[in-house]
Design a protein. Sequence first.
Length: 214
Amino acid sequence: MAALTQDLQVLVVERRALVLDGLHILIDALDGITVAGEAVDGDNCLEVVRKLVPDVVVVSAQLPRISGLDLIHRLRGVRAATSVVLIELHELPDAIAEAVQAGAAGVVMERERFSELAAAIRAAGEHRLYLSPRANTLFALARASGYESGVLTPRQREVAQLLAEGFSTKQIAHRLSLSVKTIATHRDQLLVRLRIRSIADLTRYAIRAGIIEP
């Protein structure tokens, strides 16, 4: 008798309860795919991944504390064999290019049909890259415009997110277990690298880049 094929185990990460419930129901209904767990933010996701070791993690790009993009970097350190599919809201070419560069196995735009997400999950389960039609178009635009990877390091993005959310240098230092001087250095480097002059400018950049929500 042939051995039974095990379902693809998927973890869904989404902060909005109604959206999370909907994704859970739709994904779990797919043939050969089972939703093994849920998480509501990046920290919660890392804990669940360590416990359940899923094959694929479906991540919303807009998460509290840790953005979807930064979560991709962290997941690679926790369990490299787990593939990540990112659901992106902001239609920014650089955001798609950064996700691919970070190691996302799939990128689907939030406005696209669920069939695209299903295709991305199946491709990720086979460790193949899948970009939805709109994400693929944006990725091509990024490459055509001379996109350079690594505009910000994961730590810089993390500091940028917290600064844009209104946390002080001292609060960020405490939150990340770093010195105030180190955070101040990150802040100054951000302003220089992004060619901006103030935290208000940084906040506008963070919104455009999808690091935080408006």
